[in-house]
Design a protein. Structure first.
Length: 225
């Protein structure tokens, strides 16, 4: 894989099912530490991080209130899933960022639609709201009936992983539709390199159980030949 002038080797790491009983740092130590080398970048998917933080909420525990029951109907379905277009995920967004912000986002989204512009709802609602995965979209059957919130403090998670492993680290949101977005980064990370290297989702979707991908820059293209 070529990313930012580098030939990058990508090493998916299989972990099996991760749950709220697992710890992010300990899981990386257990499954990836022996494979890491100096200069590697350690990436981990955002949903499993959130799950390990206890942020997978069964819909049976969510009681949509008035605003959630109204506003979800006005959210455009995102290309890669349901997003906040369900009363359960909308209620979780309200709980995360507050009803006033979601109301402002709904107004911005409606105004954007009138101007034939997309993305205003999620731009105003913010990153934590945008990262919420609705129920019935997870490819892992154990979480199919759960709303999965975005990971808490993803930059801090990445920085902690760097401190523990000695490698730059990233928490990433990757899928087969929009590619890769880094949602949490250690302080020395080349974000663009990571997003380019993971753009075709080498970890796979659904129940592949490879949430960790080690990136190993091997050679600059200009050095070849």
């Amino acid at each position: 894989m070529i990313a930012r002038g580098l030939r990058v080797r990508r090493i998916p790491v299989k972990t099996g099912l991760l749950t709220e009983k697992d710890d992010v740092v300990e899981s990386v130590r257990r499954f990836a530490q022996t494979q890491l080398r100096p200069g590697d970048v350690m990436t981990i998917a955002e949903s499993p991080v959130a799950v390990m933080q206890g942020r997978a909420i069964p819909i049976t525990q969510i009681r949509p209130g008035f605003w959630a029951s109204v506003l979800w109907r006005f959210v455009r379905k995102v290309p890669y899933g349901i997003g906040l277009r369900s009363p359960w995920s909308m209620q979780c967004a309200i709980d995360e960022v507050g009803a006033p912000r979601i109301l402002r986002a709904a107004i911005a989204g409606a105004w954007g639609k009138l101007r034939r512009r997309r993305g205003d709802f999620y731009r105003v609602a913010g990153k934590q709201a945008a990262m919420i995965d609705a129920a019935h979209t997870s490819g892992v059957r154990e979480y199919y009936e759960c709303v999965i919130l975005g990971p808490k403090d993803p930059d801090k998670v990445a920085q902690t992983l760097k401190a523990e492993t000695g490698c730059e680290a990233a928490v990433v949101d990757v899928n087969d539709v929009f590619g890769c977005a880094v949602v949490g980064a250690s302080d020395g990370l080349d974000v663009k390199m990571v997003e380019d290297a993971l753009a075709d989702n080498p970890a796979g979707q659904g129940d592949a159980m490879t949430p960790i991908v080690i990136l190993r820059p091997e050679k600059r293209m200009k050095d070849e030949g």
